[in-house]
Design a protein around this ligand. Structure first.
Ligand code: ATP
Ligand code: MG
Length: 203
């Protein structure tokens, strides 16, 4: 089985995340995409996230009706900081060593991968898909790829790129819009829009 894994704070999950997951599924022949909201991302300590329960629930609402997409709360249930390498290890235990994991992330984050915890093991646990928008300058990524692909014991190419239709959507912008009373409907799936509105998140 080929399992796509998309980590993030998902505060809130939005159309950019879903389009990326769907595109990766199609382009790489993945059987399923799992969205994994993180509890305590090592890189984002400065901002207080919404409660994990809200972020997990919004992700569940977002994937409803698409049997290829799922949500996992493993990072939320785990103690301490949410390191990707720990998540990939746990997913391999749960789904079997033969399952191929594809970690999907933004191209900018991929450039920092060697600064993440246990980079060699990280690259051995999963393939990486760096999502970019069409026209995104890939020079920096292509310059970094040889170093990434030859890192550690993982043989062969471990990092791929994927162009995703341009979506200038970010969770930060959505939170700002909600706080300012500006429209954000259709930047997120309708049930997520209703949830944010009803629970008065980000005000
Ligand atoms: P924030 O603004 O709070 O950082 P975000 O929109 O970047 O939120 P994250 O939860 O940080 O969302 O991102 C999860 C993953 O989704 C990351 O790998 C990020 O690169 C990717 N991503 C975020 N926005 C988009 C988008 N519009 N299109 C494609 N991928 C995206
Ligand atoms: Mg982000």
């Amino acid at each position: 089985m080929k399992l796509g894994v998309m980590g993030g704070t998902f505060d809130p999950i939005h159309m950019g995340h879903l389009v990326t997951g769907e595109e990766a599924r199609y382009e790489f022949g993945l059987h399923r995409i799992l969205f994994v909201p993180s509890a305590r991302p090592p890189h984002k300590k400065e901002r207080r996230n919404s409660p994990a329960a809200d972020r997990v629930r919004m992700a569940e609402l977002a994937v409803e009706g698409n049997s290829h997409l799922g949500v996992s709360d493993i990072e939320v249930r785990r103690e301490g900081l949410s390191y990707t390498v720990d998540t990939l290890r746990a997913l391999h235990v749960m789904h079997g060593a033969a399952t191929e994991l594809y970690f999907i992330t933004g191209a900018d984050a991929i450039l920092e991968i060697l600064t993440w915890k246990d980079p060699a093991e990280l690259l051995a646990e999963a393939y990486f898909i760096a999502a970019t928008r069409p026209g995104y300058p890939l020079e920096r990524l292509h310059e970094a790829l040889p170093a990434l692909n030859s890192h550690g014991e993982a043989a062969g190419s471990r990092v791929f790129t994927l162009e995703v239709p341009a979506l200038a959507i970010s969770s930060t912008d959505i939170r700002d819009r909600v706080a300012a009373g500006r429209p954000f409907r259709y930047l997120v799936p309708d049930p997520v829009w209703s949830y944010i509105t009803e629970k008065r998140l980000y005000l």
